[in-house]
Structure formats: structure tokens, C-alpha cells
Design a protein around this ligand. Structure first.
Ligand code: ATP
Ligand SMILES: Nc1ccn([C@H]2C[C@H](O)[C@@H](COP(=O)(O)O)O2)c(=O)n1
Length: 290
């Protein structure tokens, strides 16, 4: 499979990337002509290829890159590949800590404590969607169905709610809870918040499904949530396994993930959570002083 062929196929399959195709592949790559890497490189020659991708297309590019790299490294004579970075937000951009973990892992509980002790602004994607659902907006019914089915609402809706809330608050440190939940969330964030916000860390609460199920069924006795029932919980677990895990892998690869065992009593989980926020803040202070 030639590199050129792989690129064309990917472009054909992606609506956003169709715009790239229309503007010409060579122009998009930022170079006049591009190498056909199907020809094996000689052992003495190292070819270097720099791809310039506009920030608004970085998410598509990164989603596509792994399969492209996989094909490259399978070519005889290819020595290796290095992804430098997509778009790097400025250090002074507001910092976001994404908080993830399965349904009932304890995200909201720990976020409430972080707000109280460390003064972060907490934005729960689920809470924003639930509020939007009852606001009487045209998309309320759609959101209702997604939540009940444990499916992830299209990112256009969620990222707008998050960014509106972030802009309205004007703060500098945000906990974004329950987001990004799938690759659609991830690419929507990167496309729309990308360089305006800095993803400082991804905090993950790890908890087995049996424990989370017990917690959610207990919460369901009083929460009034349409998805705290056995059928919805099963679907939410499947969505977490199938759709959120790839996002966690993506951020792990970037060295941004800190995982905390969420199975323990709240105070024990909190001891690790607050220590993590302290270390994050200490790192920022050291950088500011340097
Ligand atoms: N460490 C813990 N030990 C026992 N119960 C907990 C613990 N953390 C949270 N809970 C309880 O479990 C339930 C779910 O917690 P929480 O709402 O914080 O989870 P969540 O990850 O935000 O869930 P969801 O994604 O469904 O909103 C709540 O009733 C909460 O009181
Ligand atoms: N990024 C998100 C976050 C949440 N939702 C929907 C689907 C979830 O099952 C539901 C509840 O979220 P939670 O309060 O458990 O974090 O809200 C979504 O579609 N996209």
C-alpha cells in the first residue's frame, strides 16, 4: 500500500478532510510534491518529512496518523517515525484538567472537594447536558434519548456548552468532568478549544464495574436520574469501555494521565486527589519562577 494511496483513502472517508482534498494534498502538506515512501530508504539515507497541519485540522490529522505511521513502519527500510506535536497552546492559556473514569467512579465527588480546597471551577459535561435537556431547547429531546441510552451526545452540542460556560466564568483553572468521552468529543475539543485552552492533565478514577454498579443503583434511589437504572448502567459501562478507553490511551501516550484507585473510601481517594493537584500546582509554580 503506497503512502499516497493511504492518504487518499483517508481523505475520502472524512468529511472535514474533504476540504483538504479540495485544496490539494501537496498544498496541505506544505511542500511542493511529496516523497513516495513506498521506495525503501537506503540504510545510509535518512529522509525527514515535515507535515504542516493547520490547528483546526490537527484533530483529524492525529486521528489518521497512527494508521499512516503503522503502514510506514511496515515498509522495508523505514527506520522510525516521530510525532513532534500538533498545536501547542500558549502557557498563559486557561488550564483544564479533564476528569474521567467510569460512571460512578467518583468523579463528581472528588471534583466537589477540589473546588472547595483548590478553587478550581468545576464543569460537568453531564450536568450541562442535563440542564440543556430541560431548558426547552430544540435539542432537549435528542439529549434525553442519548442519556437514557448511555450514548455520547454529538460533540457540537457538548463543546459549545462547555466553552460557553468557560468563557462566561472567565477563570483560569477548570475541571472538566466527564469529557472527552469519545474520539468525537476529543476532535471537537481540539478543533474548537485547541490552542485557546491548555490541557494540563487528565485525572482518571479507576474502579471496577461491580463497585460502580452498586454505587449507581444506590444513588438511583434518590438521584432522579433517568440513567441510574440497571439497563442504562450496563449501556454506560459498554460506552465507557468501547469509546472512552481509546481517549485515555491517546492522553496516556502524551504523558498526561494520572490514575487514582477510586475503589477505596472517599477520604482515601481524596488524599491522592489533593496530592495530585498540589503536585500539578507546584509544577506550574516552578515553571513560573524559572
Ligand atoms: N470512594 C467512594 N466510595 C463510596 N461511594 C462513593 C465514592 N465516591 C463516590 N461515591 C458515591 O458513589 C456515587 C457516584 O459518585 P459520583 O457521582 O461522584 O460518581 P461519578 O463518577 O461522577 O458518576 P457519573 O459519571 O455517573 O456522574 C455517589 O452516590 C457517591 O456518593
Ligand atoms: N461528554 C459527555 C458527557 C456526558 N454525556 C451524557 C451521556 C452520559 O451517559 C450522561 C451522563 O454523564 P455523567 O453525568 O455520568 O458524566 O451524559 C455525553 O453525552 N457526553
Amino acid at each position: 500500500m503506497s503512502w499516497r494511496g493511504a492518504l487518499s483513502r483517508r481523505l475520502a472517508g472524512s468529511p472535514r478532510a474533504a476540504a483538504i482534498a479540495a485544496s490539494g494534498v501537496a498544498g496541505w502538506l506544505g511542500c511542493a510534491g511529496y516523497p513516495t515512501l513506498a521506495e525503501p530508504a537506503s540504510a545510509k539515507r535518512v529522509d525527514e518529512l515535515t507535515l504542516r497541519v493547520p490547528p483546526r485540522l490537527a484533530a483529524d490529522f492525529e486521528a489518521w496518523l497512527p494508521s499512516y505511521v503503522k503502514q510506514l513502519v511496515e515498509l522495508p527500510g523505514f527506520l522510525g517515525a516521530k510525532l513532534l506535536s500538533a498545536a501547542t497552546p500558549a502557557d498563559e492559556a486557561p488550564a483544564v484538567v479533564f476528569v474521567l473514569g467510569g460512571p460512578g467512579a467518583g468523579k463528581g465527588t472528588q471534583c466537589a472537594r477540589i473546588v472547595e480546597k483548590h478553587g478550581y471551577v468545576h464543569l460537568s459535561a453531564g450536568d450541562l447536558l442535563r440542564a440543556e435537556r430541560t431548558s426547552g431547547s430544540a435539542q432537549g429531546q435528542m439529549i434525553d434519548e442519548y442519556i437514557r441510552e448511555g450514548k455520547i451526545v454529538p460533540v457540537e452540542v457538548t463543546v459549545k456548552l462547555l466553552l460557553d460556560a468557560i468563557r462566561a466564568d472567565g477563570g483560569r483553572r477548570f475541571l472538566v468532568d466527564g469529557f472527552p468521552r469519545n474520539t468525537n468529543n476529543l476532535s471537537g475539543w481540539q478543533g474548537q478549544a485547541g490552542s485557546a485552552m491548555r490541557v494540563a492533565a487528565v485525572l482518571v478514577f479507576d474502579c471496577p464495574e461491580e463497585v460502580m454498579e452498586e454505587r449507581l443503583l444506590e444513588r438511583g434511589k434518590t438521584s432522579g436520574r433517568s440513567d441510574d437504572n440497571a439497563a442504562s448502567i450496563r449501556k454506560r459501562f459498554a460506552t465507557f469501555r468501547d469509546e472512552t478507553t481509546p481517549v485515555l490511551k491517546y492522553y496516556e501516550h502524551q504523558g498526561l494521565v494520572t490514575t487514582i484507585d477510586g475503589t477505596r473510601p472517599v477520604d482515601e481517594v481524596w488524599a491522592d486527589t489533593t496530592a495530585f493537584i498540589d503536585s500539578l500546582e507546584a509544577g506550574w509554580r516552578r515553571r513560573e519562577e524559572a
